[in-house]
Design a protein around this ligand. Structure first.
Ligand code: SAH
Length: 395
């Protein structure tokens, strides 16, 4: 018999509503002696069954919930069918199945698989475990992925902080098959990119910005463009395709800039220049030199990692956006992003309001975009709605 988790009274509502994270503070008692990674049944205070989940005493998320159907236990077939569901979205509905395509196959809570991320880069799969309990089910998950996708190799990447959060000790390395021995070429929006799957940021590429890069193209014809935090050139190369007269890209990572230059060359794009520098210092220099642009992309890293750091993060976004507005020509286009889940859409448009006030420029938000649909937002887990990409006119 699986152990039972009994919730405190009046704490069950979010879990009936299918939120997958049960924090320790909502638990009244544990009936049984579950070992970390075990399947447990979660019950309301009055004894009613709510869901099946996986237990981890190391984690603040004491139980991750996966199944709300009493008969649907967390057996191997359950995990396989969840993976099948995730793949049906990408292949059947979104049509993301070209041999060199790169996309997220499984996105954790967004796919009802809290703690598992799988990205596909052509013939390669990159897997991340952010939950101890799912990492215990690694074999069944990997075997099923191999059977369905027939990759050349499956490689494990780990995320910073997961060890402490979950008591999970994993190291990057091959899980199955071959290991890519250099950069892997992918194609996105008709552009080719070399990606470093073993050493690059995230799992090699910022897959969640695919559709925003494409959308930015539509605003760029005839404009001089600046791509701030350009990584390996994702936005910059799309801006070139969209008809920008000249593009400058900047990123603090030298490795990323090296790849950005390589990518510009292999796509025969000559009117782009990349520089390795700090974004704030670089924008200061541009402003001081009187340089102006018709379009600026801002895609900084996550400034807020927790609720506590939110105020500081909002200040950082405000400062960066003000600096960008200062180098924008009248009627310029600002493509401004925030990948901090802690920063809501309202917070973000509020920041743009402050930027307008401080710079004396009026800002109109033309498009309020999110992450590409291979990173779906789970209606039951608002935290999955993390990426904001606002395309604005700055008068
Ligand atoms: N726009 C990119 C993704 C950007 S992710 C794309 O489409 O692929 C955020 C980037 O910000 C990372 O490449 C990181 O190296 C860079 N970064 C982090 N801190 C920075 C800083 N202070 N100045 C410039 N770049 C920075």
């Amino acid at each position: 018999m699986p152990s039972r988790i009994i919730l405190k009274s009046r704490r069950a509502r979010p879990f009936y509503a299918r939120h997958p994270w049960l924090f320790a503070g909502a638990i009244e008692r544990v009936e049984g002696t579950p070992v970390n990674g075990d399947e447990v049944a979660v019950h309301a205070h009055d004894g009613q069954f709510i869901a099946w989940g996986l237990f981890n005493s190391n984690s603040q998320i004491r139980v991750r919930l996966y199944s709300w159907v009493p008969e649907q236990r967390l057996e191997p077939d359950f995990w396989k069918s969840r993976i099948d569901d995730a793949i049906r979205l990408r292949h059947g509905i979104l049509g993301l199945n070209d041999p060199k395509a790169a996309y997220r196959l499984v996105f954790s809570e967004s796919d009802g698989l809290s703690g598992l991320v799988v990205d596909r880069y052509g013939e390669w799969l990159i897997v991340q475990f952010t939950s101890l309990a799912l990492s215990h089910r690694q074999q069944i998950i990997i075997e099923h992925l191999i059977e369905l996708l027939k990759p050349r190799g499956v490689y494990l990447r780990t995320e910073r902080g997961v060890g402490e959060a979950e008591g999970l000790t994993l190291r990057d390395g091959p899980l199955w098959g071959q290991v890519p021995d250099g950069p892997v070429e992918i194609v996105e929006n008709d552009l080719a990119y070399e990606t470093e799957l073993r050493t690059g940021q995230k799992t090699g590429f910022y897959l969640d910005q695919r559709d925003n890069r494409r959308a930015a193209r539509g605003f760029t014809a005839g404009r001089r463009a600046l791509d701030v935090c350009c990584y390996t050139g994702g936005f910059a190369l799309n801006l070139a395709r969209g008809g920008a007269t000249e593009i400058v890209g900047v990123d603090v990572s030298v490795a990323a800039i090296d790849l950005a230059r390589l990518n510009a060359g292999s796509n025969a794009i000559g009117n782009v220049r990349f520089e390795a520098a700090d974004a704030f210092a670089f924008l200061d220099r541009l402003a001081a030199a009187g340089e102006r642009f018709g379009l600026v992309v801002l895609d900084p890293p996550r400034f807020a990692r927790s609720r506590r750091s939110l105020d500081q993060a909002l200040g950082g976004y405000q400062r960066l956006n003000e600096m960008a507005v200062k180098v924008l020509e009248p009627d310029g286009i600002l493509v401004t992003c925030s990948c901090s889940g802690q920063v809501s859409r309202e917070d973000f448009s509020g920041i743009l309001g402050l930027v307008a006030e401080h710079t004396g420029r009026s800002i109109q938000i033309l498009e309020q975009r999110g992450q590409s649909p291979d990173h779906p937002v789970a209606a039951s887990c608002p935290e999955t709605n993390y990426l904001k990409c606002f395309i604005c006119r700055v008068a």
